[in-house]
Design a protein around this ligand. Structure first.
Ligand SMILES: [Fe+2]
Ligand SMILES: [Fe+2]
Length: 438
């Protein structure tokens, strides 16, 4: 416990106290974020009802009426004894609080909007600003993911609680400006495949989950299932994960075991809810029974199952993690739409995904009506035909020393996207400026 933190019982909890940990599973917590200011007596009642008996508070962040007889009064700094509750804005800052391992010194706290589907279309923070935080968040997630893999190797119980701050912070980032993490998930990958895939599936599944107005508990479960869904691959030959050719029958038998292996690996962890286990098992199923391992049908797959199925499939497709070549994002969405019509995928969710990612998804290489070529760096969800594009090649094919950023919605020259550059090769991109880099 760090300085300024104190363990108290639920009966000692007062409004104005800043809670940093509870003695119940994070999944069972009534709040999206464990770390938060207690604003009303209703918050205290909710915690009691959830079975909280003990909790840890951070006195440095708490602002409440001081009882002179309280034994810890001397720990409070004078400026904190205000008798005021924490302002709404500050109360929501817990998502980037310094309890997160690896926090950057001096990192500025920032308000997070309320959980709502509307927030996805109304970013409160500029993309560039959120991008910095998203990069740090991804590093922290990788750390937690590696610790889990170490535990698997050492045959220890998997510490799923380590994922809690990562999931909290991912939701916060998406609510502030979802395009930051969605951009990261589309970039060419250099880190370990399994982590990058799991983190990206979580990012996209949460975005779609927020859009579908899932509850806080459902989002937490969905995120955990997304992060853990391919854990079984840790014990399989990873060269099969993203093999560029079709699997042989023997390879299929091996690969088709990965859900079962994951289920054995998490079997000893008490912090993995049944719904998470069930979603993990179903992530390769399809609505028409053509998936594996059970060949389940649509009535056996609920919205959360379908979100994980779709987002896993999308990330696998755009990063070539299936047994065949990958597809560019717009082509992947086109194929998914066709498969939704064939009732393999949920049609409404596919439509929602297209709405989220745009007709020209992030990192798409595009050619404009002028002949200029560039990359989509920001999607316009209200006007999907008019994203923000970074021009990398002039109309005559010259690479631009200073790439030009244009918002097609407000472009004075009235430029439009003519086509997506599907084949990135020496002819279309001689300087390698269009390859998934933003
Ligand atoms: Fe999988
Ligand atoms: Fe996967």
């Amino acid at each position: 416990m760090s300085a300024g933190q104190k363990k108290i019982t639920i009966d000692e909890l007062q409004t104005g106290m800043f809670v940093v940990d509870l003695d119940i599973s994070w999944i069972k917590s009534p709040f999206l974020f464990h770390r938060r200011a207690i604003k009303t007596k209703k918050d205290i009642a909710l915690l009691k009802r959830s079975g909280v008996k003990q909790l840890t508070i951070d006195l440095d962040k708490s602002q409440m009426e001081i009882d002179p007889a309280a034994s810890d009064a001397e720990l409070l700094r004078p400026e904190q004894v205000s008798g005021q509750f924490i302002a709404d804005n500050e109360a929501q800052n817990d998502n980037v609080s310094s309890e997160v391992d690896g926090e950057q010194p001096g990192r500025r706290e920032i308000a997070t909007p309320e959980l709502s589907a509307d927030s996805l279309n109304n970013p409160t923070v500029l993309l560039d600003e959120e991008m910095g935080r998203a990069v740090i968040l991804k590093k922290q997630a990788e750390q937690a993911f590696n610790e889990i893999n170490d535990c698997i190797e050492q045959k220890k119980v998997i510490p799923v609680r380590k994922l809690q701050p990562v999931i909290d912070d991912t939701i916060s980032s998406l609510l502030r400006n979802s395009q930051a993490l969605l951009t990261l998930m589309h970039l060419k990958r250099y880190e370990q495949k399994l982590f990058a895939h799991s983190f990206s599936v979580m990012t996209l599944a949460l975005t779609l989950g927020i859009q579908q107005e899932l509850s806080e508990d459902e989002l937490k479960e969905l995120a955990m299932a997304a992060l853990l869904h391919d854990l079984g691959w840790a014990q399989l030959p990873l060269n099969l994960f993203g093999k560029p050719q079709k699997y042989s029958e023997n390879e299929k038998k091996v690969v088709y075991q990965h859900q079962k292996i994951a289920s054995v690996l998490i079997s000893k962890s008490h912090h993995v809810p049944d719904k998470v286990r069930s979603m993990m098992m179903k992530h390769h199923e399809r609505l028409d029974g053509s998936g594996y391992p059970e060949g389940l049908l649509e009535q056996q797959l609920d919205t959360m199952d379908r979100i994980l199925i779709l987002t896993d499939y999308y990330d696998e497709t755009i990063h070539g993690l299936l047994d065949g070549p990958g597809l560019i994002p717009s082509e992947a969405l086109r194929v998914f739409y066709k498969e939704a019509v064939q009732n393999k995928l949920d049609k409404l969710l596919v439509e929602s995904l297209i709405k989220l990612l745009g007709i020209y998804p992030l990192t798409s290489a595009v050619e404009l009506t002028t002949g200029e070529k560039g990359i989509v760096v920001e999607v316009n969800r209200d006007k999907p035909l008019n994203p923000v594009v970074r021009i990398m090649y002039a109309a005559d094919g010259r690479p631009l020393l200073n790439p030009q950023l244009i918002d097609l919605e407000h472009d004075e020259q009235k430029r439009h996207i003519k086509t997506i550059v599907g084949e990135i090769d020496e002819t279309t991109d001689p300087q390698h400026l269009l390859v998934n880099e933003v």
